[in-house]
Write a protein that binds this ligand. Structure first.
Ligand SMILES: [Zn+2]
Length: 456
C-alpha cells in the first residue's frame, strides 16, 4: 500500500493550505486552512471534499489562519480525531481561532444589516466561538524531532521550519518511503525564530513557493528602509501605518523598532500596537522564550523584554484605538496584514489621503485584497464603501518576510536528494519561475494541481 496525497488548497495559490494524506486505509489531513481574498473564498471555505468524520487525525504545520483556520469547521462537521502540532502552535492557534470566530460574527452582523435592506440573506459565520473551544480540546502537542507512530505503518515527525514561533515541516514515513511537507519555510539568519532545519533525503517533497520568483533584500537593507520610512514621515509631519500580521510579523517589527530606537537611528516617538490579537500573541512569544532565536534569548537573560520598549503602548480597547487618530508623528502597527479588515482599515482611512504619511507593507499581500491594490499602485481605493485617494508614500519592504526567498527554497530543496518536487503555496508565476530554475538543476518537478493525487 502506498502513501497518497491530494492537495485540496494552496495549489496554484497561496491560501487554503490543506492536503489529504491516505495511508494504510486511513485518511489524514495536513493543515486545514482558510481561503482568503475575494468573494469566491467565502464559498470555498464552506465545503470539504471529504467527510470530516472519516479522518483519523490532522497534522498542523503552524498557527497562521491560512493553515489552521478551518479546524473548528472540521469539528462542527463531525471530526473527533487528534490534531497534532507543537505546543506553541497550539497556544497561538487558540487566540487566532477565537479571533477568527469573533471577526466572522462581526462581519455577519454587519452584512446582515446591509443585506436586510436589499432583501438578501447574509452568509452565517463558518463556526462559532464554542466550535473553536471544542476543537481546541482535540489539539495534541508533540515535540520537534520525536517520531510518532500512527495507523499501521505510518510515522510522522515535526521539524523546525523557522517561519513563525512553533512552525514545523513534516516528515512522513511508511515502509521505507518518505514524504516531506515544507509547511511555510523561513529564512536562516532572522532574529526572532530559529533557522529552519534541513530536510532529509526523501521520495517526494511538497514545497511552498510563495516567493519562488524573487530574492529578498537583506534583513539589514530592510531595517534601513524601515528607518528611512519612519524618518521621512516624521520629517513631513505625518504618521507611519504598518499593516501587520498578528503572528510573527508584529513581534518582528517590535523587535527591530526596539533596536533602531536603542541605536538612535529613529526618534523615540510613540508607537502603538493596535491589535488585541497581536498583543495576546506577543504574550505567547514571551512564554516560549526557549523556542526562540539565540540572540533573543540573550536579551531575555539580561532581564529585558525583546518585544517592549519605552514609548510602546498596547491599545486593546476601541477607545484607545480611536484616540490614535488624533496624534501626529506616531507609528501604528495594526492588523489585518492584508488590510482586509481589522483596525488597520481605520488607520488607512485616516492616513492614505495624507501626502505626509507613510504606509509600510512588511508582509505578503494576496490577490484581491486592499493591501495588494495599494502595493500595486492604485490611485484610489474604496474603504467602507467610500472612495479614498492614495496620496501617502507607500513602502514595500519584503526583507522581513517570514518566508524564505528563491535562494533559500533552492538551497533547502537541495537536501532532499533526488526527491520529486511538487510546488505548492504560490501564485502561478512564482511557482513557474521556481520550477524553471530547479529544472536547470536537473530536478523533477511539478506544480500542484488541486484534486490531483500524488503517490509514493
Ligand atoms: Zn504561514
Amino acid at each position: 500500500m502506498a502513501m497518497k496525497i491530494t492537495p485540496l488548497g494552496a495549489a496554484g495559490e497561496v491560501t487554503g493550505s490543506s492536503f489529504l494524506l491516505e495511508s494504510g486505509g486511513e485518511k489524514f489531513l495536513v493543515d486545514c486552512g482558510l481561503f482568503q481574498g475575494g468573494p469566491e473564498s467565502e464559498e470555498r471555505n464552506r465545503e470539504f471534499s471529504f467527510d470530516p468524520k472519516e479522518l483519523s487525525a490532522v497534522f498542523l504545520t503552524h498557527a497562521h489562519l491560512d493553515h489552521c483556520g478551518r479546524i473548528p469547521l472540521l469539528f462542527k462537521r463531525g471530526f473527533r480525531g487528534k490534531i497534532f502540532c507543537t505546543r506553541p502552535t497550539r497556544d497561538l492557534s487558540q487566540f487566532i481561532l477565537l479571533d477568527s470566530a469573533k471577526v466572522q460574527e462581526e462581519d455577519f452582523l454587519r452584512q446582515e444589516r446591509r443585506k436586510k435592506r436589499a432583501g438578501e440573506e447574509a452568509l452565517p459565520p463558518l463556526y462559532s466561538e464554542s466550535d473553536v473551544l471544542f476543537s481546541l480540546t482535540l489539539f495534541f502537542p508533540v515535540s520537534l524531532n520525536s517520531p510518532l507512530s500512527l495507523g499501521r505503518n505510518l510515522k510522522v515527525s515535526f521539524h523546525q521550519s523557522g517561519h513563525v514561533l512553533g512552525s514545523a515541516f513534516l516528515v512522513f514515513e511508511e515502509k521505507g518511503k518518505r514524504i516531506v511537507f515544507s509547511g511555510d519555510l523561513g529564512s536562516p539568519h532572522r532574529n526572532v525564530v530559529p533557522d529552519p532545519e534541513n530536510p532529509p533525503e526523501c521520495d517526494l517533497v511538497f514545497c511552498e513557493s510563495t516567493y519562488g520568483d524573487r530574492s529578498h533584500k537583506t534583513l539589514k537593507e530592510s531595517i534601513d528602509e524601515l528607518a528611512l520610512a519612519i524618518n521621512w514621515a516624521y520629517g513631513e509631519g505625518g504618521n507611519v501605518v504598518i499593516p501587520s500580521f498578528a503572528l510573527e510579523r508584529a513581534q518582528d517589527v517590535l523587535f527591530y523598532l526596539r533596536n533602531l530606537r536603542d541605536q538612535n537611528l529613529v526618534p523615540k516617538n510613540p508607537v502603538f500596537l493596535d491589535s488585541p490579537l497581536s498583543i495576546s500573541l506577543t504574550e505567547v512569544y514571551q512564554h516560549y522564550t526557549q523556542e526562540l532565536d539565540e540572540e533573543l534569548r540573550a536579551i531575555l537573560s539580561r532581564g529585558e523584554d525583546p518585544f517592549h520598549f519605552p514609548g510602546l503602548e498596547f491599545t486593546p480597547t476601541v477607545e484607545q484605538s480611536r484616540a490614535i487618530n488624533l496624534s501626529n508623528r506616531v507609528i501604528v502597527i495594526a492588523g489585518s496584514g492584508m488590510c482586509q479588515g481589522g483596525r488597520v482599515v481605520h488607520h488607512l482611512k485616516h492616513n492614505l489621503w495624507r501626502e505626509d504619511s507613510a504606509i509600510v507593507f512588511v508582509g505578503y499581500q494576496a490577490r484581491n485584497t486592499l493591501g495588494r491594490s495599494i502595493v500595486d499602485g492604485a490611485k484610489k481605493v474604496h474603504i467602507f464603501g467610500e472612495p479614498v485617494a492614495v496620496k501617502a508614500r507607500i513602502f514595500t519592504i519584503n526583507g522581513f518576510s517570514a518566508h524564505g526567498d528563491r535562494e533559500v527554497l533552492i538551497d533547502w530543496l537541495g537536501h532532499t536528494g533526488k526527491a520529486e518536487i511538487v510546488l505548492i503555496h504560490g501564485e502561478e508565476s512564482s511557482s513557474i519561475s521556481l520550477r524553471e530554475k530547479l529544472e536547470e538543476l536537473g530536478r523533477t518537478i511539478q506544480i500542484a494541481s488541486p484534486g490531483k493525487t500524488y503517490e509514493v
